[in-house]
Each structure stands twice: as C-alpha cells, then as structure tokens.
Design a protein around this ligand. Structure first.
Ligand code: PPS
Ligand code: ADP
Length: 198
C-alpha cells in the first residue's frame, strides 16, 4: 500500500513460540448455527489452557458485538466478517497464541481466503458436521424457529447457503459422538503441531 512502510521488530513469532515452548496456529471451526462449534471450541481451549499453553478464542461474542459490530448477515458482510477475523487470528498467532475461531464461515471462498491470510501451515480447519435437522431440533437460541417464521432473513441453512468443506483437516459428527470424544479426536491431530523445534 502506498506510503505504508513495514517496520521490522526485534521479536518474531518464532521467538515467542520458543519462549512459550509451543507453536501457535489457528484452529478454524466451521459449521451451522447450533452444530456445536462454540461448545467444542470451549472444551478444546480448556484442555490446552490446563496444559499451560497460551490460547485465545474468537467467537461471535467478542467479534460481532465489538470489532465487527454493524456487519449484517448478507454474503458481503459475512465475507468481511470472516476476513477481519482471519486478520485478527493472524495477529494472535504472531503473538504466539493458539487461536481458536468459532464462526459459521459458510462460504468456501471465504475459508480459502482465511487460509491464505493466516498461512496454510498455520490453519487447521475443523468441520462440525451436524445435520440441519439436528441443529434445528436443538435450536439453542430459538433462531431457527424465528428463521422459519420469516422473522430472520438470510439465516444459514434456511435462507442462506452453507457450503460444506470438501477436505477439512478434521470432521466431527456430533450426532454420533460426545463432546469429549470430538475434543479428544481434534486434540490428537493437533498434538503433532504443538511441539516447538528449533
Ligand atoms: N441470519 C443469520 N444466519 C446465521 N446466524 C445468525 C443469523 N442471525 C444471527 N445469527 C447468529 O450469529 C451467529 C453467526 O455469526 P457468525 O459471525 O459466526 O456468522 S458468519 O461466519 O459471518 O456467517 C450465530 O451463532 P452460532 O449459533 O454460534 O453459529 C447466530 O447465533
Ligand atoms: N456431541 C456434541 N458436541 C457439541 N455440542 C453438542 C453435542 N451434543 C449436544 N450438543 C449441544 O448442541 C449445542 C451446540 O450449541 P453451540 O455450541 O452453541 O453451537 P454453535 O456454536 O455451532 O452455534 C449445545 O447446546 C451443546 O450442548
């Protein structure tokens, strides 16, 4: 960008990873509303935290009510929502923190862009594959009912698309496995990524 000149800092991501004695990366959850993203993300973060690792979770509460306040659920705004989240996640991994994101992120192109921004080596995609019927039955926040009644426009799975990932690193099927089983499976895949080597 014109007249923006990057400053080189003494401390790098590698320095922070060495200090923390673990790598930093992004665990990017995607799935329908009510699929279980926040529940699993929360338990996964607790597991990491209890091991003494540095973590942070980004989700609707701290993003859509703060940084991205004002963005709606049109495709255009979801794209911008996901782009900003990706940029924030990139800063967090640069800060040496294992970053867990839990957003619907329904569009393939937006998830691809997230991977590009964050860097393929630091991006682990977890597809919480819960069928729409199950999410709707759970209706944790009563939003599906409202969407069916036409009170909410552009609702994912009802009046707005969800494009399933074709090659996620991890897929969890919450109708067939418990929260603990999903967390354990995700953890096993991530374990290999944790270790910091010079
Ligand atoms: N129209 C519409 N469609 C989908 N979801 C809606 C909508 N309106 C509000 N909500 C609530 O917002 C949460 C999804 O926000 P995200 O930032 O994750 O969505 S996105 O990635 O930009 O698509 C989502 O939270 P989760 O249930 O945690 O997924 C909903 O509670
Ligand atoms: N195996 C499971 N994994 C995750 N959540 C589950 C599972 N079984 C039932 N649930 C329930 O489904 C709901 C998922 O809600 P939430 O985590 O808020 O979803 P999301 O963040 O994707 O909108 C929670 O009430 C959770 O207790």
């Amino acid at each position: 960008m014109k007249n923006i000149i990057k400053h080189t800092y003494h401390i790098s991501k590698e320095d922070r990873n060495r200090l923390n004695n673990h790598n930093s990366f992004v665990v990017w959850f995607t799935g329908l509303s009510g699929s279980g993203k926040s529940t699993i993300a929360n338990q996964l973060e607790k597991k990491f935290f209890d091991m003494g690792l540095r973590t942070y979770s980004l989700d609707g509460d701290n993003i859509r009510s703060g940084l991205n306040k004002g963005l709606t659920f049109t495709e255009e705004d979801r794209t911008e929502n996901n782009r900003r989240i990706s940029e924030v996640a990139k800063l967090f991994i640069d800060a040496g923190i294992i970053t867990i994101t839990a957003f619907i992120s329904p569009l393939k192109a937006d998830r691809k862009h997230a991977k590009e921004i964050i860097g393929a080596d630091n991006f682990i995609e977890v597809f919480v594959n819960t069928p729409l019927e199950v999410c709707e039955q759970r209706d944790v926040k009563g939003l599906y009912k409202k969407a069916r009644q036409g009170e909410i426009k552009n609702f994912t799975g009802i009046s707005s698309p969800y494009e399933k990932p074709e090659n996620p690193h991890i897929e969890v099927k919450t109708e067939n496995e418990s929260i603990e089983e999903s967390v354990e499976r995700i953890f096993k895949v991530l374990q290999a990524k944790l270790e910091y080597n010079e």
